[in-house]
Write a protein that binds this ligand. Structure first.
Ligand SMILES: [Fe+2]
Ligand SMILES: [Fe+2]
Length: 384
C-alpha cells in the first residue's frame, strides 16, 4: 500500500498567502472608487489630515488584498493595477478552479503571472505526484492558509475521499491566527468548524480534542491535534493536550492498534530540533515549536508507533532515533522545501517489512524560472 505524504498546502480563496485583514473589522470605512464583479477598489482618508491617503483592493468577502499609497499626480495606472490584480485573483479562485479544471497550458500561463499561487501550485503538484497512484494520502496540516480552500481538496481528491483513503490533521493556519486582531476568536471558532466539517466528510471521527484513530487494512493510523494556540501573540507554536496523550498511551492496549502490523502517527508541529543544515547554524525558528515535544514523543513511543509524520516547518527530512518512531517531516507540497529548494513529496510503501519514505520529486514551474529566482522570494519564509 503506497502512502503519499502531503503537507502545508496553504490553499486559500484565491491561492494568495500572507497576512489577512478584513475590511469591515478595520475602523476606517473606505469610499468605493471602482467596482468589478463585487471586488471593490476603495479610497481611504487619513484620519489626522483628512485627505485621501491610501487605496485598497477588497474582495467580495471583504478581505483586503492589497493596500497602496494614494496615487501621485499623473499616476493614473494605480487603479488599473489593482483592477488587474482583482481579475487575476478571480481566475484563480477555488470556485473557478473547481468549475473548470485548467488545461496544462492554461495552468502554466496562470502560474507565470503568479508563481507562488498555492491553489495553482496544488493542481500542478497533483498532476505529477498522483502519477505514483497512492492508495492512501495523508495531509499533515496547514491544508488552508486561513480556513478557506477545503473545497479544492474535496474536488480534486474526491476519489480518495470516497474510499475513505484521505486522512488529515489540522495545522495552525487551519485553526488559529497569530496576529491579535479584532474578531480573532470568532474567526478561530469558524475555522475550527470548517476543519471539523471537512474531517467529517473524510469519515474521520474526531474526539473532543480533535484526535482520531483509523485502521486501513493492517495499518493503524492515529491523528493528533497539535494546534493548541499559545498565549503569546505572533507565535505559531503548538501543543498536544494531556488528554490526547493519555488517550494515546491507553491506545497501546486497544486491539485496533495492538494487532496492527504498522502504526503511524500524524500531527502538524515538529518534534525535533533541527541541528542539521549543511555548514550553517540551525535555522532560527521563533514561535514555531511543539511546546511539549518530549511528552509527545514519549507517549508515541509508549503507544508503539513506528512512524510519525508531520509538517509545519516546510523542511523535509527523515530521522530515525533508536527505539523511537521514525520521524518524517514533509516540506510544503505547494511552496516547496526551504532546505532543498526543490519540490518533492514523500512516498512510502507500507507493505515493506521496514517501510522508509522515498522522495518523489516533481518539476514545478520553478524549473523554468531564471537562475536565482525562486518561490522563496514570494513570502515563503513568513509562512509555517
Ligand atoms: Fe504550520
Ligand atoms: Fe505551513
Amino acid at each position: 500500500m503506497l502512502v503519499l505524504h502531503l503537507s502545508d498546502l496553504h490553499l486559500s480563496r484565491y491561492g494568495e498567502t500572507g497576512t489577512w485583514s478584513v475590511a469591515e473589522s478595520e475602523d476606517r470605512p473606505g469610499e468605493v472608487l471602482h467596482l468589478w464583479e463585487r471586488w471593490r477598489i476603495e479610497g481611504l482618508r487619513s484620519l489626522r489630515k483628512n485627505r485621501p491617503a491610501k487605496l485598497r483592493l477588497v474582495d467580495p468577502e471583504g478581505v483586503v488584498h492589497k493596500v497602496r499609497s494614494w496615487p501621485k499626480r499623473g499616476d493614473d495606472k494605480a487603479v488599473d493595477r489593482l483592477l488587474a490584480l482583482a481579475m487575476e485573483r478571480h481566475e484563480t479562485s477555488a470556485e473557478r478552479l473547481i468549475e473548470s479544471q485548467p488545461t496544462p497550458t492554461e495552468l502554466h500561463a496562470l502560474l507565470r503571472l503568479d508563481p507562488a499561487n498555492t491553489n495553482l501550485r496544488f493542481l500542478e503538484m497533483l498532476a505529477q505526484v498522483l502519477k505514483v497512484e497512492p492508495e492512501l494520502i495523508v495531509i499533515t496540516g496547514d491544508i488552508t492558509d486561513n480556513g478557506f480552500g477545503y473545497d479544492l481538496v474535496r474536488h480534486y481528491l474526491a476519489r480518495w475521499i470516497e474510499q475513505q483513503r484521505l486522512l488529515v490533521v489540522p495545522g495552525n493556519h487551519d485553526t488559529y491566527e497569530m496576529i491579535p486582531r479584532k474578531g480573532r476568536k470568532q474567526r478561530a471558532a469558524a475555522k475550527e468548524e470548517s476543519f471539523r466539517a471537512f474531517a467529517r466528510d473524510l469519515g474521520l471521527t474526531l474526539g473532543d480534542e480533535g484526535a482520531w484513530l483509523r485502521r486501513v487494512e493492517d495499518v493503524a493510523l492515529v491523528g493528533l491535534n497539535s494546534c493548541k494556540p499559545p498565549r503569546t501573540p505572533l507565535s505559531a507554536s503548538g501543543k498536544v493536550s494531556a488528554a490526547q496523550l493519555e488517550w494515546l498511551e491507553s491506545l497501546g492496549a486497544e486491539p485496533e492498534l495492538r494487532t496492527a502490523r504498522l502504526r503511524i502517527g500524524l500531527m502538524h508541529h515538529h518534534l525535533l530540533r533541527m541541528p542539521f543544515a549543511l555548514g550553517k547554524r540551525s535555522p532560527i525558528e521563533v514561535g514555531m515549536r511543539l511546546r511539549n515535544a518530549p511528552d509527545v514523543m514519549r507517549a508515541c513511543t509508549t503507544a508503539g508507533l513506528d512512524v510519525l509524520m508531520h509538517g509545519h516547518r516546510h523542511h523535509g527530512y527523515v530521522v530515525q532515533l533508536p527505539f523511537h518512531p521514525m520521524v518524517v517531516s514533509s516540506p510544503s507540497s505547494t511552496l516547496g522545501c526551504k532546505f532543498a529548494r526543490r519540490d518533492y513529496a514523500w512516498v512510502m510503501d507500507l507493505d515493506r517489512e521496514h517501510p522508509h519514505p522515498v522522495m518523489h520529486t516533481f518539476e514545478g514551474l520553478r524549473a523554468g524560472m531564471k537562475p536565482g529566482a525562486s518561490l522563496f522570494n514570494h513570502r515563503h519564509n513568513k509562512l509555517s
